[in-house]
Design a protein. Structure first.
Length: 226
């Protein structure tokens, strides 16, 4: 494996391994032990739904940090909801991934339809998960963006961009697992990245880091937030 950037923190014993977490809650426990410096600083946890919220909820319990939601969603391919060609963030930011678009064969109408559909999804989830609550202040404390993994990392990049627009001056990313290329890209845009399970290679799936993996229902998200 290539040498990781100095602002990336992983666990050497977990490098290149699969099925290292029993589930998202176990992954949150592992991350909690790596984020101790942010406890004294009063960091704000922002879980990215759906999969990031279960991870963030454990960190919240272990570290007694404030937690909220950063609704961000990838714009997925019509034939594969696991692959995305862009992302939409909670502030309405829409970003398309040129590298992905160059070889997927979608026309302009299909691209725009996908972006609009995702924008509506983000707006609906904001209402569902945040209601009328204002977005928390992010300029007076470190912000920790939490998801359940990084494949391309594009969604996380858009989330970080929106946080910077909102005034965040210190951003950390905490993810249980991530592809080496994505981790390196994220590290260029944020202050620190915590990723215990870094993997490289041509084939990568976030789910492969977990023994038990399933979609997170919106009812579960509401239960976590309550």
């Amino acid at each position: 494996m290539k040498i990781l950037p100095k602002n990336v923190f992983d666990l050497q014993k977990l490098r290149e391994k699969t099925q290292v977490f029993s589930d998202r809650f176990h992954a949150g426990e592992i991350l909690s032990g790596m984020l101790e410096p942010y406890q004294a600083a009063g960091g704000l946890l922002l879980g990215i739904p759906a999969g990031g919220l279960p991870v963030a909820s454990v960190i919240r319990e272990k570290m007694a940090l404030e937690m909220d939601v950063a609704v961000v969603s990838k714009i997925t391919l019509p034939w594969n909801t696991e692959e995305g060609y862009g992302a939409v963030s909670f502030d309405g930011t829409v970003r398309l991934n040129p590298a992905m678009l160059s070889h997927i064969g979608l026309n302009e109408s299909q691209i725009q339809q996908g972006a609009e559909k995702t924008l509506q999804k983000v707006r609906r989830r904001i209402i569902l998960l945040r209601g009328e609550r204002p977005f928390p202040e992010v300029n007076q404390r470190p912000v920790i963006l939490v998801d359940d993994g990084l494949a391309s990392g594009f969604t996380m990049l858009v989330a970080a961009e929106s946080l910077k627009k909102a005034g965040a001056s210190e951003i950390a990313v905490a993810v249980p697992t991530g592809h080496l290329d994505a981790v390196q890209k994220i590290a260029e845009q944020v202050d620190e990245v915590f990723c215990p399970n870094v993997r490289s290679g041509m084939s990568f799936a976030v789910a492969d880091a977990y023994v038990n993996w399933s979609d997170v229902a919106e009812e579960e998200l509401l239960e976590i937030l309550s």
